[in-house]
Ligand binder design. Structure first.
Ligand code: FPP
Length: 258
């Protein structure tokens, strides 16, 4: 397993285009409500936005895109909305897998799959297997995922394999057991829909990620909106705990747009 640089143990390389973007796609329900449509129509439109965002990430040279499609807390939604989302996931995975394959995108799904029905589990596995050898963008969908679940699950798996580490384990020992162990930590986190919170998404990996919040509702988040988020990222000074003077002294090393 790979052990990628950790933002708390080393200083990751800062590139003008974020290598990894993480997204909370919020605002589907409100987008639909504003148009007097049922909430689920917003999710349907949200899939089209996602397709465009995948394309734009490929064009910009982003290497990893990770989106929050369904949180471990989303089961609390009305039963008919949950069931619509489950059928939508199946439909989208069946329909889009071949497109992702053509576009050289590798699809990965993270989260606890145990609660999904067999049909959805099969679609997930089929889509992952079909695209497993692709070398372009890695597109990760978080489904029945929670940041705390991920850390707890990683600790349990690590101790199952290495009970002797119980009292002595380090960040490096734990890292391979986290869901996103094969990706660098996100450089840029985007949340649409006006709320300013992390909502239990990638708690471990967002330690030093640049956060970007926009009022734009997810179905309206187009290419120009994504470019605006990347431009905002490029103006940030990424210090990773250092002073601004230290970063400035290393011309081009700390400012994302440099
Ligand atoms: C949040 O908006 C959105 C979701 C919980 C679902 C997002 C899912 C998709 C866009 C489908 C993706 C499909 C695949 C297979 C990757 P909200 O309903 O919370 O909106 P609101 O805040 O306006 O109510």
């Amino acid at each position: 397993m790979t052990n990628l640089p950790s933002s708390t143990r080393t200083i990751p390389e800062v590139t003008p285009v974020p290598r990894h973007i993480a997204v909370i796609m919020d605002g589907n329900g409100r987008w639909a409500k504003q148009r007097f449509m049922p909430r689920v129509m917003g999710h349907q439109r949200g899939v089209e936005t996602l397709r465009e965002v995948v394309k734009t990430c490929r064009d910009l040279g982003v290497e990893y895109l990770t989106v929050f499609a369904f949180s471990s807390e989303n089961w609390r939604r009305p039963a008919d909305e949950v069931s619509f989302l489950m059928s939508l996931f199946i439909k989208v995975l069946e329909r889009e897998a071949r497109r992702l394959q053509r576009e050289n995108v590798r699809l990965k799904i993270i989260g606890d799959r145990n609660r999904f029905d067999d049909e959805l589990k099969k679609c997930m596995l089929d889509a992952e297997q079909l695209t497993a050898a692709n070398t372009g963008l890695t597109f990760t969908v978080a489904a029945n995922y929670g940041g705390r679940w991920d850390v707890m699950h990683a600790v349990q798996s690590m101790l199952q394999h290495h009970p002797e580490l119980a009292l002595t384990f380090t960040e490096e020992d734990l890292h391979p057991y986290l869901s996103m162990s094969d990706a660098p930590e996100p450089d840029l986190f985007i949340r649409t829909g006006g709320e300013q919170r992390i909502s239990n998404f990638m708690l471990w990996q967002l330690a030093y990620t640049e956060l970007y919040f926009t009022d734009t509702l997810w179905p309206a988040f187009d290419r120009a909106e994504l470019e605006k988020a990347v431009a905002s990222y490029q103006r940030r000074e990424r210090r990773f705990g250092r002073t601004s003077e230290q970063v400035q002294g290393m011309t081009g090393k700390g400012v994302a747009g440099a």
